[in-house]
Design a protein around this ligand. Structure first.
Ligand SMILES: NC(=O)c1ccc[n+]([C@@H]2O[C@H](COP(=O)([O-])OP(=O)(O)OC[C@H]3O[C@@H](n4cnc5c(N)ncnc54)[C@H](O)[C@@H]3O)[C@@H](O)[C@H]2O)c1
Length: 276
């Protein structure tokens, strides 16, 4: 049986949990070889093991996407292990909320660094590799389209109280996407965004007051309080948050050959919400 992404090499940041994990398993099930990044080594290696157990190929590249040398390491891992870069998904992220009068510079830059500067650096590092592959394809008379999908949020499209830092970064990634779609068409790369509404992951699961995770050396509150979560779900036309697998499927649509002529777009994956 032919698989849609046979032999493609996909780099996915933040693929140890949630949406990124579901996507890594999905792309691997369609034949892609995966470079699995996560801040935390253990979940990254667990995803590699799960892919290998289902007959696929993957390598872990643990580390913080915000580190200045990360992009070269990430792209370097793909080139060293699989000799190509075909799909890049900038998914790694978390939230660190506060109203603007209480938001520190550290809080502001943490979100800009993770959700905007890191994708910029990763794509800058990937460009020469993708351009060289395109040149080789052109010389051999092949038309091959490669893919970038950046993960945004409804907070980036419509704003969300308490998330000035995150919203600004998630809006910024839409601008970077639209610009690269214009720069990279000539090297055969489509560049799109998926903006999620409420997807049930560690980031947004039902949380007690003390739910937190150690992210980038800081204790960050994760999850949404149960009352607010219920209210959010009631406002969604489909009546519930999406699963990580449903979210991954939206990214998958922009990675497969059927989307080869779609670029510069932001797909909303929100269960029908058209604004917040
Ligand atoms: N869950 C939602 O409702 C929702 C909504 C809109 C957008 N998003 C976006 O989707 C993406 C994935 O989130 P998720 O819901 O799957 O969350 P998640 O917490 O389940 O998974 C995110 C993964 O990214 C990793 N990560 C976080 N910061 C990192 C860093 N600096 N370097 C490397 N890895 C890092 C975490 O360790 C984690 O494993 C994020 O960009 C998030 O902002 C999620």
């Amino acid at each position: 049986m032919s698989r849609k992404l046979q032999g493609k090499v996909a780099l996915i940041s933040g693929a140890g949990r949630g949406i990124g994990r579901a996507l890594a398993l999905k792309l691997a099930s369609e034949g892609a070889r995966i470079v699995v990044n996560d801040l935390d080594r253990e979940p990254a290696e667990e995803v590699v093991d799960a892919i290998v157990a289902q007959g696929g190929e993957a390598v872990a590249c643990p580390g913080n996407v915000s580190a200045p040398d990360f992009a070269e390491r990430f792209v370097g891992a793909a080139v060293e292990k699989f000799r190509a870069v075909d799909i890049v998904v900038n998914n790694a992220g978390y939230t660190w909320d506060n109203v603007i009068q209480k938001m520190s510079d550290e809080q502001w830059y943490a979100m800009i660094d993770c959700h905007l500067t890191a994708p910029f650096r990763i794509l800058r590092a990937a460009q020469p590799v993708m351009r060289a592959q395109h040149k080789a394809d052109a010389e051999a008379g092949r038309r091959v389209i490669r893919k970038v999908v950046n993960v945004s949020s409804v907070a980036g499209l419509f704003g969300n109280a308490g998330q000035g830092n995150y919203s600004a970064a998630k809006a910024g990634i839409v601008g970077l996407t639209q610009t690269l779609a214009k720069e990279w068409g000539r090297i055969g790369v489509t560049v799109n965004c998926v903006a999620f509404g409420l997807i049930t992951t560690r980031l947004t699961g039902s949380a007690g007051d003390d739910s937190s995770a150690l992210i980038d050396g800081r204790e960050i509150k994760v999850g949404v309080n149960p009352g607010l979560l219920e209210a959010m779900e009631r406002s969604i036309p489909l009546g519930r948050g999406g699963t990580p697998e449903e979210a991954a499927d939206a990214i998958y649509l922009l990675c497969i050959p059927e989307s080869d002529y779609i670029s510069g777009q932001t797909l909303m994956c929100t269960g029908g919400l058209t604004g917040i």
